[in-house]
Design a protein around this ligand. Structure first.
Ligand code: ADP
Ligand code: ADP
Length: 239
């Protein structure tokens, strides 16, 4: 599992918006951290800076052994193979069954044609099935993507990310489009993944209650700056 560090990172978008201002933080391997703040406070930008989707304008971004802000091309692709990403929108293939949706996570590790032709290695198969078991979706193996509820889709997306055997998991508003009970279930899955695999997990949430309940450390952003960094369970809205 990897650590994550930002050292005096600023992000200024081409239109001049300063989305992160001189942000420094360090997250140890195996931590379960929430990033909270109002819409527009810089949460997505922070996550995207960590996977190299957004370039830091200033400062340095380190994830495990990689200095992300210096990676390009092949090095960046290889790095992303080790980063599990979860989005609000799930991004599953509708007409493809759960099993093959999850096997896609092996692209980074075995030739894509094997997966596309339905010829995954025995190891890939085992890893995919174990991942689906972790999120309680083994019984939906042959269901098509479009036959799943939002919560089930997000669990399959988590399984797909786990199938990459990631060293860190980044989740950008993973429960924002789910109803409260389903949001709790998905947060619970993320926490289980964090504990069982000692996997570093960073999750953006705009709901403080979920952050308090399911993460151990909370980082609060306001206008691109860290205004809180501490235990999640004692953090108040005023923080
Ligand atoms: P969120 O608040 O959940 O990040 P937004 O609605 O702010 O969602 O953003 C949706 C998309 O639009 C994102 O890809 C984001 O990068 C982009 N975006 C947000 N604000 C701007 C902006 N001022 N100019 C251009 N793109 C933007
Ligand atoms: P959050 O995830 O907390 O909603 P974001 O990181 O999406 O915050 O946005 C932080 C700020 O950067 C906002 O002012 C937003 O409008 C702006 N922003 C986000 N993406 C872009 C973009 N691609 N281009 C320009 N501005 C953006």
């Amino acid at each position: 599992s990897w650590h994550v560090a930002l050292d005096r990172v600023s992000v200024i978008y081409p239109n001049g918006t300063r989305a992160l201002k001189d942000v420094s933080l360090r997250i140890e391997p195996g931590e379960m951290v929430s990033i909270v703040g109002l819409s527009g406070s810089g949460k997505s930008t922070l996550i995207r800076t960590l996977n190299g989707l957004v370039q830091a304008t200033d400062g340095s971004v380190t994830v495990g052994p990689h200095t992300v802000n210096t990676l390009r091309g092949r090095g960046l692709r290889e790095f992303r193979g080790h980063v599990g990403m979860i989005f609000q929108g799930f991004n599953l293939a509708d007409r493809t069954d759960v099993y093959h949706n999850v096997l896609v996570g092996r692209f980074a590790h075995s030739p894509a044609w094997r997966t596309l032709l339905g010829m995954p290695s025995a190891q890939s198969r085992d890893i995919a099935l174990r991942a689906l078991d972790s999120v309680g979706m083994l019984d939906k193996l042959w269901a098509r993507g479009d036959a799943l509820s939002g919560g089930q889709k997000q669990r399959v997306a988590i399984a797909r990310a786990l199938t990459q055997e990631p060293s860190v998991m980044l989740a950008d508003e993973p429960v924002a489009s789910l109803d409260p009970p389903t949001a709790h279930a998905v947060m619970n899955d993320l926490r289980r993944v964090n504990r069982e695999r000692s996997l570093t997990v960073l999750v953006n949430i705009h709901l403080m209650d979920l952050a308090r309940q399911y993460t151990t450390r909370m980082i609060g952003l306001r206008d691109g700056e860290i205004v809180y960094d501490g235990p999640a369970n004692t953090a108040t809205d005023a923080d």
